[in-house]
Design a protein around this ligand. Structure first.
Ligand code: DX5
Ligand code: ZN
Length: 216
């Protein structure tokens, strides 16, 4: 039986920003381009915002996967939605009315995602499964690329897979993901692997993406 192939989403946080167009060319076999927005409040780091997302959109036909690590994401959702990304993901911990925020994302024609930090339980999501297109299980604390994968998140991924059951919801992981843990993550139930430093530090990112897709 063929094993299930994960989708691969390079995080351009680890790309060389002086040559972003060329970096996107190096990952042209990716399924999604993961775009990390950090505001210096919700996470202790600032990355980039809409003008850079617009440039990325112009430079690639690969759909964007927008990960909003910001306070009050509702303010930013409409402008990112104009770029027609595959997903916009907000943090569970950063919104007061999660169901309303997810509905807003969908009304704008975009897949709605929720991200959970390593300590955040899955509880509550059982009531909003019909509002979700993606659940992002953070496998590091958000804010920086190049951190170490937190192994305890594997149990949470398995629990999430059981929770999702037959709902058409993708399970994504982000943080410390590489070819060394790709197979284990897919076995635990992950559909989309986000990887920044592992892909962009590789001498041949496209080949590395294929390797991750084959399960490491
Ligand atoms: C971390 C970001 C990640 C980051 C992952 O807060 O959400 O997307 O780019 O980087 P790596 O794969 O290097 O851990
Ligand atoms: Zn991310």
């Amino acid at each position: 039986m063929d094993s299930i192939k994960p989708l691969i989403a390079p995080s351009i946080l680890s790309a060389d920003f002086t040559r972003l167009g060329a970096e996107l060319e190096r990952v042209k076999n990716a399924d999604l381009i993961h775009f990390d927005v950090m505001d210096g409040h919700y996470v202790p780091n600032i990355s980039y915002g809409l003008p850079v997302a617009e440039a990325v959109k112009r430079a690639t036909e690969i759909p964007l996967d927008v990960h909003l690590m910001v306070e009050d994401p509702d303010k930013f959702i409409p402008s990112f939605a104009e770029l027609k990304p595959a997903y916009i993901t907000v943090h569970y911990e950063a919104v007061d009315h999660l169901q309303r925020t997810l509905a807003l994302i969908r009304e704008l024609g975009v897949g709605a995602g929720v991200a959970l930090n390593p300590h955040t339980p899955l509880s509550g999501l059982q009531y909003i499964l019909d509002d979700l297109d993606l659940i992002l299980i953070m496998t590091v604390n958000p804010g920086f690329g190049g951190q170490k994968f937190i192994p305890a998140t594997l149990d949470k991924i398995r629990d999430c897979r059981r929770l999702v059951a037959d709902h058409p919801i993708k399970i994504q992981v982000d943080g410390g993901v590489s070819h060394t843990n790709a197979a284990e993550l897919v076995k635990a139930g992950v559909d989309i692997l986000v990887a920044g430093s592992a892909i962009f530090s590789s001498p041949d990112p496209a080949e590395y993406i294929n390797k991750m897709r084959q399960g490491g």
